[in-house]
Write a protein that binds this ligand. Structure first.
Ligand SMILES: [Mn+2]
Length: 328
């Protein structure tokens, strides 16, 4: 039998000793974050632990099928936890308001797959070669010999599927397919997950997508695609910020495009930038880190202060520089 890695064993020992848990995730949670958080929380409850699951932001509509009992909730003041576990969260700041309410704890565990993770906890299990945090949670549950119920399998399959772009990203590994196969064996409902996550977009998102197609720009020999999302675009389409997730894929998927950027005006002087790269020669995580953000080589982001057009100019210049470095 394969021996359990030391870091994993430390996490399992801590999990067994502690009684009260809080499982936390990042702001604007995605499928990997919610799936990992919920999967772990439900497994802890199955073990007889008192586990809550906190997020600053609500569960996106398309993921709400994973949480019919509303396990995910907003943080509450004044609680003590034996153990706090963060999943899929690259930095403490990305916990948002959750960070303020988990200070009263005995031990803090950080389970993540972002190479840019700042190792902010007491125990940090960071595995950047893993395409999703969901796969790490699955390994943890298996090593701890915890039952993977069909409900947990749904959560973790959603995590793996969404963070690999349905098993399309280059980060997908043989073990990813093995994990997915095992999760289906454990009862993950493939058809239902695909229907809920990929085939149930609200009309408001489609209106926002129409705005994207109407307004995106191509520059630098059509190698860079970008578009803006402004408060007025959300107001006009009735879309929420959660609806903007994945819109970038539609311009990334154009043939000559190598790097795609979305500029989202959060406040008049704060822009959220998302970046996608189609080549391993351009690491958008490195670009995002220049602006105080982070992520993965193929998908990253940052929140940048300054006048919107100044932010656009600086980011596009950094992307151009990275693309030119490939050519030379
Ligand atoms: Mn992730």
């Amino acid at each position: 039998m394969k021996s359990v890695p030391k870091i994993l064993q430390r996490i399992i020992d801590t999990m067994r000793k502690a009684q009260t848990f809080c499982v936390v995730g990042h702001i604007r949670p995605d499928g990997d974050c919610i799936g990992s958080q919920l999967g772990l929380t439900l497994a802890l409850r199955g073990l007889g632990k008192d586990a809550v699951c906190w997020n600053q932001d609500v569960v996106p509509q398309k993921l709400s099928f994973l949480d019919p009992d509303k396990v995910v909730s907003k943080p509450v003041k004044g609680k003590h936890f034996d153990c706090v576990i963060a999943t899929d969260c690259a930095s403490f700041e990305r916990l948002g308001t959750v960070g303020e309410h988990i200070q009263n704890r005995d031990i803090f565990i950080n389970i993540d797959h972002h190479g840019s993770n700042t190792r902010y906890a007491d125990i940090n299990w960071i595995s950047p070669k893993e395409p999703s945090s969901g796969e790490l949670i699955f390994r943890l549950l298996k090593a701890a010999k915890l039952p993977v119920t069909p409900t947990i399998a749904n959560c973790l399959f959603t995590a793996v599927s969404t963070d690999t772009g349905s098993f399309q990203y280059a980060s997908t590994r043989p073990s990813t397919y093995h994990t997915a196969a095992e999760l289906v064996k454990h009862g993950a409902e493939l058809g239902r997950i695909c229907h809920e996550v990929y085939q149930s977009y609200p009309l408001s998102r489609v209106r926002l997508l129409r705005h994207v197609y109407n307004s995106f720009r191509l520059v630098h020999d059509e190698q860079i695609a970008y578009f803006w999302l402004k408060p007025v675009d959300f107001a006009r389409t009735g879309a929420t910020t959660a609806d903007s997730e994945g819109l970038i894929d539609h311009v990334r998927d154009i043939e000559p495009v190598v790097v795609a950027c979305v500029f989202e005006e959060m406040e008049p002087e704060v822009t959220r930038v998302s970046l996608r790269s189609k080549t391993k020669d351009v690491n958008v995580s490195a670009i995002a880190q220049e602006f105080g953000g982070g992520g993965h080589p193929a998908a990253a982001g940052a929140r940048i202060e300054g006048r919107p057009l100044t932010v656009q100019r600086r980011v596009l210049a950094a992307v151009r520089k990275a693309l030119d470095a490939v050519k030379s």
